[in-house]
Design a binder for this molecule. Sequence first.
Ligand code: AMP
Ligand code: MG
Length: 402
Amino acid sequence: MSLMAVSEALQRVLASASGEVLPGAETVPLADALGRVLAKPLFSEYDVPPWDNSAMDGYALHTEDMITAMQAGLKVSQRITAGMAPPALMRGTCARIFTGAPIPAGADTVEMQENVNVDEQGQASFAHALRPGQNIRPRGQDINAGSLLLDTGSRLRPQDLGLIASVGRSTVEVLKPLRIAVLSTGDELVEPGQPLGAGQIFNSNRYTLIGCLQRLGQQVIDAGILEDDPDATHKRLQSLAGRADVIITSGGVSVGEADYLGQTLREHGELDMWKLAIKPGKPFTLARFAGTPVLGLPGNPAAVLVTFLLLVRPYLLRRLGIQQVAPVTMDVAAGFDWKKPGNRDEYLRARLEDGHVVLAGNQSSGVLSSATEASGLVCITAGKTVARGDQLPFLPFEGLFD
Ligand code: AMP
Ligand code: MG
């Protein structure tokens, strides 16, 4: 069987996600809404700012009084601080005004205090002529009542929460998180905290995956360890399919005799794709079991990380109706040579050093320490060699985990 290109695999993963129904909606307090996805478009009921206000500490006046203001000066008839509702400005006078304070009716411009001289009698002389509207933040400058603030499918960032608060809303309607079962397959696995017996290794994938899912704000169903046994595999998938929106597994999808997960999905589920031209991560599997999507990740810890970030993350985001799922990618000059072209797209654990991307430690798919030394992944396309200084796409982890 030939290997599927990563770009095609991603298209299929996204198409599959787009075909699923969105999770239901729930109303949450705005303070708990960070990272959540809007279930409805959000419109403003208010103009922001709600009234014309001063952009400066200074003096408000009407431009028709400008000549007097520059020659004889104007009496300061009121003092307006933020939070006040001032009376109208008496014509032929000016108002002392502070940043954020409402412009009184009858004033149409503000001069900054540095350009105004106030004498002992309280007469303010203005050094320069002003145009109407100067140093005034007009009503609705930021937002107009009735306008769209944020659309369905927006994942709320801190500034989005601020924007929503600025129009007076204290709750938002967001999608419920996806319920995602995390299942680690392998007879060799034992949980951290337990003694390590002969032939055993600690289950690290479970933690990598739970961490990734927590960063995406989704609900984890921790399904523990699954033994390498066909009947147990079938039973466990059956029981998880009933209570999870997605099942994410690690291990058991290669071509070995003990890779029962892959076998069970192929024989008793619906296989969508298997075997990609990606390194690490070739055995990545997309399937469905008893109606529930199963994303089968390889067992090797670095392959778990890479396939989660490149395929599972966009899948999950699209399941939440998010359109923008491509990771942040920047072109960086290679700080290394790569002489042997591969037959798969290779995603290497890498970091930035002096404006170059350098490889982080051992790149074997079983090695995780290089992933902790790395700050992202660098991609070398199948068939390509790299000479020091060549531009390569670098995907920072910061852009891949959120
Ligand atoms: P598999 O795909 O099941 O053949 O596993 C490939 C490699 O990944 C083997 O060396 C496994 O021992 C290892 N592996 C599988 N699952 C885990 C896990 N949950 N944590 C750490 N290593 C694992
Ligand atoms: Mg295994």
